[in-house]
Design a protein around this ligand. Structure first.
Ligand code: ADP
Ligand code: MG
Length: 462
């Protein structure tokens, strides 16, 4: 078969695969990572692409190969391997709407265009408009708004922290969207700490560390999500620290998020901790009833439009806000499922329907006791300090109550072991397993401990 003929078919197939990929990996991922790819050929199971930058190629091969292969397989085409080649300017001219940005000329694109400055993809849903403000998050929201105005840098960094699913990533994306809209000339880079590390390691490997440094030092606003990830990763921390200082020196805004306060991140260098504390540190508190209801109302409004006016009976949202207290992600998931289900069976969303369709989620959030409550009650009971629950002390008078609290956390909450470990001062999950086992043994051997546990359990389930 002529080469041209084959390429034409490949292009057609690729178009088909692309359609499917938009569904499976989401529109934002698709636009950022897949759209820039140009299929160049498929021989002996090796599918070759031209890419505008090496980074995009690496990213795709790390994150989207299984999905791409699966879609080809659906078309009956076996793809064993994907190869990426950085396109020369002329070669990619047809492809890139941005005029074929080449890998080396990363600095001049004025609109922070993705091929030139590929941070992570921004989620189109995470804007200020869709962020519901309540008491637990009003400070974080106000600070994020302030940063998004991009006036004089008044606090640097902005450090947002809080538990899973409370809106940290949402707020960071919202800042980026707002900045892109208001100040298209500003170079805004958002990425997770994990991506930061990945790119750093890659730069080291490819001896492009100067490019890496230059890229990160040339941004106007740097946002790094989930910074706890780099704790204990020494050379990445080091590089992060230098980047951070360089940007602060230039009065460039930095926004950081983490799952806990700077001082509580284990294995993070002291100098970084103190640097992080220099700016404004705000936490997102666990949601309260009003906030949860507000979020549900907003999402329900959205879904009602989408599903063509499905009715929601009175009291359903209130019921959910009351019962699902874990985090916003779970809350959203519940609502999504509820609407999908109701539209499928063509019924109004009633309390009965909700209880039926969400039985598992409701059961899982039945125990509303939190790890913090457990720690508080246990430390009160044994007359030790709350801080000793997460601290390092190993004397038995402290270690034992701590293990009992671990045991109760395992029993009374739906938290995973790693999650429990994190709440106990960043301990490893194996430490939690050990603690839980130890208490199980003691409980059968020592009636005093058995009694204590029963008492605490009762106190906590009130
Ligand atoms: P985190 O990064 O803190 O783990 P996310 O920002 O990913 O949490 O939020 C989890 C989900 O909950 C997202 O879908 C987000 O849009 C939603 N969410 C969290 N807080 C709010 C809020 N205040 N208003 C609207 N949606 C929210
Ligand atoms: Mg997040």
């Amino acid at each position: 078969m002529a080469k041209n003929g084959r390429d034409a078919t490949l292009q057609e197939r690729w178009t088909e695969v692309c359609k499917a990929l938009q569904e499976t990996i989401g529109r934002n991922n698709f636009v950022t990572w897949i759209e820039p790819l140009q299929p160049r050929g498929l021989t002996d199971g090796v599918l070759r692409f031209a890419v505008p930058t090496r980074f995009i190629g690496d990213w795709v091969s790390r994150n989207f190969v299984p999905q791409i292969r699966a879609e080809f397989e659906r078309l009956g085409i076996d793809v064993a391997r994907l190869e990426f080649q950085v396109a020369r300017k002329s070669a990619s001219a047809a492809a890139a709407a941005s005029g074929g940005a080449s890998a080396s000329s990363s600095a001049e694109s004025p609109n922070g265009d993705d091929t030139a400055l590929p941070g992570a993809a921004l989620d189109g849903r995470f804007t200020f408009d869709s962020f519901v403000v309540g008491k637990p998050n009003e400070l974080a929201h106000a600070a994020a708004r302030r940063v998004a105005e991009a006036g004089a840098v008044t606090f640097n960094p902005l450090f947002l922290y809080g538990g899973v699913g409370l809106g940290k990533t949402h707020l960071m994306h919202a800042i980026a969207w707002e900045l892109n809209a208001r100040h298209p000339d500003k170079r805004v880079l958002y990425l997770s700490a994990e991506q930061f590390m990945y790119r750093f390691i890659q730069a080291l490997r490819e001896k492009q560390i100067m490019d890496f440094k230059e890229l990160f030092r040339s941004v106007d606003v740097l946002m790094v999500d989930d910074v706890q990830f780099i704790a204990g990763k020494d050379s990445t921390q080091d590089e992060f620290f230098h980047t951070f200082n360089a940007l602060v020196d230039q009065q460039k805004q930095i926004v950081i998020s983490a799952d806990r306060a700077p001082g509580e991140i284990k294995d993070l260098e002291e100098r970084i901790k103190s640097r992080l504390q220099c700016g404004l540190v705000v936490d997102l508190h666990p949601t309260d009833y009003e906030l949860r209801l507000g979020i549900l109302q907003q999402k329900a409004e959205h879904y009602r439009a989408q599903y063509g006016d499905l009715k929601v009976a009175e009291g359903v949202l209130e019921f959910l806000a009351h019962r699902i207290t874990t985090n916003v992600r779970v809350l959203e998931g519940a609502l999504t499922r509820l609407f999908a289900f109701a539209s499928l069976v063509g019924r109004e969303i009633t309390l009965d329907l909700a209880q039926d369709c969400l039985a598992d989620i409701l059961r899982a959030s039945e125990s509303r006791v939190t790890i913090e409550e457990i720690q508080r009650k246990v430390s009160e009971h044994y007359n030790i300090r709350l801080s000793d629950m997460i601290g390092p002390k190993r004397v038995r008078t402290i270690a034992r109550p701590r293990q009992i609290a671990m045991f109760l956390a395992k029993e009374l909450t739906t938290r995973s072991l790693p999650e429990i470990g994190r709440r106990f001062g960043g301990r490893d999950h194996t430490t939690i397993i050990h603690g839980v086992r130890r208490v199980e043994e003691l409980r059968t051997a020592d009636s005093q401990i058995a009694e204590d546990i029963e008492l605490l359990r009762r106190l906590l389930s009130n």
